[in-house]
Design a protein around this ligand. Structure first.
Ligand code: 5GP
Ligand code: MN
Length: 367
């Protein structure tokens, strides 16, 4: 049995609102990942099937490894078509935000959207949210992906029978990518009951894995090798690894959107690393943080860069130089990962009592 984890009242209110509105725009965050696109495209498929006029609008381009997703070709990208995007927003009766915890994360559309007085609904699973984004919010940080929430929503409004294979593919993609292919945040038994249902809908999970993780271009593969061999700085005293990539380096490897996806997770494969930082120079400095255990990357991202995310995976944007961002991180390491000089660290083992999480954070839900 898959439990009814979303509040019934919220489900009914959202359902009534969606039934009432015909013109709907679905929005997710900039630099979209598999869960952002998975949740938005799954909702797109479901609502289109209900006869709604629905559009997915995203701030910037779809990474190459997600362009195959069902419905991706119909997405309107604000950076590429700002006038069409604004016209869609102007006509919308309802805007739904998916996988979004701050309006800043819709980039240049933010001020335009904040002025619109239409119905706004949010479905999300991030830890923190500065201000409410919707009049109606389905927010469950304990669920590993927004795509799983979309699945739960569709079932709860009695539409499981109508859930298409394409919709199932999108949901699975989001569930898979937000759990590193079910290697973290992936202990919930209900997750596997849901996957079972998606397989019954006809998805080919091995094929989805291959499309997302197994379609590197040669230059992307070489960039990964370069990053690991030449660019990864390991700081054993802080159980930390830091990778930086400048604009010039990204250009040298013919970087396309999404090419560096997953690189930040690689250093965590070392037994003596539990905090991984990846800084890259795009239009601004993009920061990705990953951790193991109860070390909260959400807190570090928020404290240092006004970013956010989940306990073990967060991100931020920094308006300054790569060197400045690096300096901020390095100066903060003693505070969050205080130097360990005992025997166990020297031999690569992790001391049991290394939690630097403040007491009040310990009750925060972990995904
Ligand atoms: P990534 O490192 O893959 O870009 O992001 C990891 C997680 O942090 C994702 O859940 C993403 O939504 C969140 N995140 C990334 N960048 C930002 C940001 O600039 N602000 C906030 N609040 N969250 C972010
Ligand atoms: Mn997500």
């Amino acid at each position: 049995m898959i439990s009814k984890i979303i509040d019934e009242d919220l489900i009914q209110k959202a359902h009534r609102l969606l039934q009432k509105c015909n013109n709907i725009v679905l929005i997710t965050h900039e630099h979209p990942d598999g869960d952002a696109l998975g949740s938005a495209l799954a909702m797109y498929d479901y609502l289109s099937g209900e006869g709604k006029r629905v559009n997915v609008l995203i701030p910037d381009e779809i990474p190459s490894f997600l362009q195959w997703m069902p419905g991706a070709a119909s997405i309107v990208v604000y950076n590429q078509n700002p006038e069409i995007a604004r016209s869609l927003l102007g006509q919308a009766e309802l805007i739904m935000f998916l996988d979004l915890n701050s309006l800043e994360r819709v980039g240049a559309m933010a001020s335009f959207i904040s002025q619109l007085t239409v119905h706004k609904v949010l479905i999300d699973h991030h830890n923190h949210q500065e201000k409410p984004l919707g009049h109606l919010e389905i927010r469950l940080p304990q669920i590993a992906s927004t795509s799983e929430l979309v699945f739960r929503y569709i079932c709860r409004v009695g539409a499981f029978e109508k859930l298409s294979k394409d919709c199932a593919v999108c949901i699975y993609t989001g569930m898979m990518t937000d759990t590193g292919a079910f290697t973290y945040n992936s202990q919930s038994e209900e997750m596997y009951l849901i996957i079972n249902q998606l397989i019954l809908k006809g998805i080919d999970k091995d094929e989805i894995y291959k499309k997302v993780y197994g379609t590197y271009t040669e230059s992307r593969m070489r960039l990964m090798g370069y990053v690991l061999y030449e660019k990864m700085e390991v700081l054993p005293e802080f159980q930390t690894a830091i990778i930086t990539l400048s604009r010039e380096e990204l250009d040298r490897f013919e970087h396309q959107a999404g090419d560096t996806e997953g690189f930040v997770n690689l250093p965590l494969n070392m037994s003596n690393v539990r905090f991984s930082v990846f800084l890259r120079e795009e239009d601004e400095i993009r920061i990705s943080l990953r951790s193991e255990g109860d070390l909260s990357t959400t807190k570090i991202a928020a404290d240092l860069f006004r970013g956010g995310g989940h306990t073990n995976a967060s991100g931020a944007t920094f308006r300054g130089s790569l060197a400045e961002a690096l300096q901020i991180i390095k100066e903060a390491l003693p505070k969050y990962l205080g130097a360990q000089k005992d025997e166990s660290t020297a031999s690569g083992e992790m001391p049991a009592d290394l939690s630097t999480e403040p007491e009040d954070k310990k009750t925060e839900s972990s995904e």
